[in-house]
Design a protein around this ligand. Structure first.
Ligand SMILES: *Cc1c(COP(=O)(O)O)cnc(C)c1O
Length: 495
């Protein structure tokens, strides 16, 4: 039996997964309800299946995906860590799960209290004055943060500032958000030795364009997993020319309870609650990208913000300088419940332990892989590091893609490959704190095995994966012309 028939061609005419009682209300002629031109002439060709067929179908589909609940998932920058089931239980509490965004305030006290307290926890963790929980993802937070910076500059008569400095190893969403906020993204080189900002290049840019710079967007540690020790000096120089410091907080997994963006000199920070605070986030959502700001930016925040007085919790409207709401309603509430649970469950010491373990695990892997793979910056790393397939490519023609595909055969998800862009054949590895010593050792063992295969049988690696349902896709075609819809009788083709 072919794979396609396994997946799609199920059932038999007349088979049903549910039985409906006989209709006992008068049926009007359909044409009275729906214009005839919109009615089908023939019934839709839907699969007719029994309940067990449906259950097996979806259970099998779920098992064809990789996920953190089924295996190691070292996708650098994405922080694919285990998401405690406790969070799911809390988000599913009927009072939270069924609440309506327009519920009267007196009936929504618990939910507003949760958002009020979450805001304060995030402010404390990041050393910011206030936080908006509205943005739906990291990238949405970036856009919101840049809109705040823009509104701030405009209020100071500095609306002409049109440049945002972004290092060459930044996450792709940073320049995209800057462009969307109608700024021009200007690349800052990174230092070949430290992986941090090239201070000479920064100086040159600030000397020539200082009065046009609105902000610099940084993540620290950066996407190479390296902490930029010059951050205080960078902050001083950016502030000296009148610019703002934006912190991409998607990498907060490395700094919880150890250091805080606000203490490093940042004015704005976004969190990726779906990464750092454990909401499942494969497949593009849902997420939450709250934005924290220092006092001078508070008047521009989107409203309303949760507030509290003698009568209880309420929504405080935004002030006249607010940039306005950035989404419908008040935030991705389920994600906020999970983040709140995660923070309360861990507490201050627990959060610090999260980051210390994430850093320890990353360094353990970095050390374990260094005999077989070139490490791009062989220093002590933070929560992630970049290994490369440069050696394998030069010696045996085996690329980072090949290694990533071969990992699938061993039941492990692949690291992020070819990013950051400044490292050829990059494999960006983030184990996260939730992995055991055994799973880290397994990964090292598998990577060593693949390095050995690259030497002795490179064809095996170059043609991987061999055990997955679907082999190598035409990646350009899959991205540009995704075929997401099954039609009855359609041929499903892939290599
Ligand atoms: C994931 C990530 C983002 C974007 O976050 P989304 O929630 O996917 O929009 C931004 N910066 C870094 C460093 C990231 O890892």
């Amino acid at each position: 039996m072919s794979v396609e028939s396994l997946i799609f061609e199920k059932g038999a005419p007349g088979r049903r997964a549910a039985t409906m009682p006989a209709m006992d209300v008068p049926v009007e002629p359909l044409e009275d309800l729906i214009p005839g031109s919109l009615l089908r002439e023939e019934p839709a060709a839907l699969p007719e299946v029994s309940e067990i067929e449906v259950v097996r179908h979806y259970t099998h589909l779920s098992q064809r995906n990789f996920g953190v609940d089924t295996g190691f998932y070292p996708l650098g920058s994405c922080t694919m860590k285990y998401n405690p089931k406790l969070n799911e239980d809390m988000a599913a509490l009927p009072g939270f799960a069924h609440i309506h965004p327009l519920q009267p305030v007196k009936d929504a006290q618990g939910a507003i209290q949760l958002m009020y307290e979450l805001e304060r926890y995030l402010a404390e963790i990041s050393s910011m004055t206030r936080v908006t929980l509205q943005p739906s993802a990291g990238a949405h937070g970036e856009l919101t943060g840049l809109m705040l910076i823009k509104a701030y500059h405009q209020s100071k008569g500095q609306g002409h500032r049109n440049l945002v400095l972004i290092p060459d190893n930044a996450h792709g969403t940073n320049p995209a958000s800057a462009t969307l906020a109608d700024y021009k993204a200007v690349e800052v080189k990174s230092d070949d030795n430290t992986g941090g900002i090239d201070m000479e290049h920064l100086k040159t840019l600030l000397e020539s364009h200082g009065d046009q710079v609105a902000a610099i967007m940084l993540t620290n540690p950066n996407t190479l997993g390296l902490f930029d020790a010059n951050i205080a000096e960078i902050g001083r120089q950016i502030h000296a020319i009148g610019g703002q410091l934006y912190y991409d907080g998607a990498n907060a997994n490395a700094v919880l309870g150890i250091t805080r963006p606000g203490d490093m000199g940042f004015d704005v920070v976004h969190f990726n609650l779906h990464k750092t605070c454990s909401t499942p986030h494969g497949g593009g959502g849902p997420g939450a990208g709250p934005i924290g700001v220092k006092a001078h930016l508070v008047p521009f925040l989107p409203g309303p913000l949760p507030a509290k007085n003698a009568e209880g919790y309420y929504w405080e409207d935004a002030g006249p300088q607010s940039i306005g709401k950035v989404r419908a309603n008040l935030g991705n509430f389920g994600v906020l419940v999970r983040a709140y649970t995660y923070i309360r469950f861990n507490g201050p010491d627990g959060l610090r332990h999260v980051s210390e373990s994430a850093i320890l695990n990353a360094n353990y892997l970095r050390h374990g892989l260094s005999a077989d793979y070139e490490i791009a910056y062989p220093h002590m790393c933070q929560h992630e590091f970049v290994a490369t397939a440069r050696k394998q490519k030069e010696e045996h023609g085996v690329t980072a893609t090949d290694i990533a595909k071969r990992l699938l055969d061993y039941g492990m998800y692949a690291p992020t490959v070819y990013f950051p862009l400044i490292v050829p054949e990059a494999m960006m590895i983030e184990p996260t704190e939730t992995e055991t010593r055994e799973s880290l050792d397994d990964f090292i063992h598998v990577m060593k095995t693949i390095a050995e295969e690259s030497r002795t049988n490179p064809e095996l690696v170059k043609t991987a994966p061999h055990t997955t349902v679907i082999g190598r896709l035409d990646q350009a075609l899959a991205a540009r012309k995704p075929n997401l819809r099954w039609n009855p009788g359609q041929e499903v083709t892939h290599s």
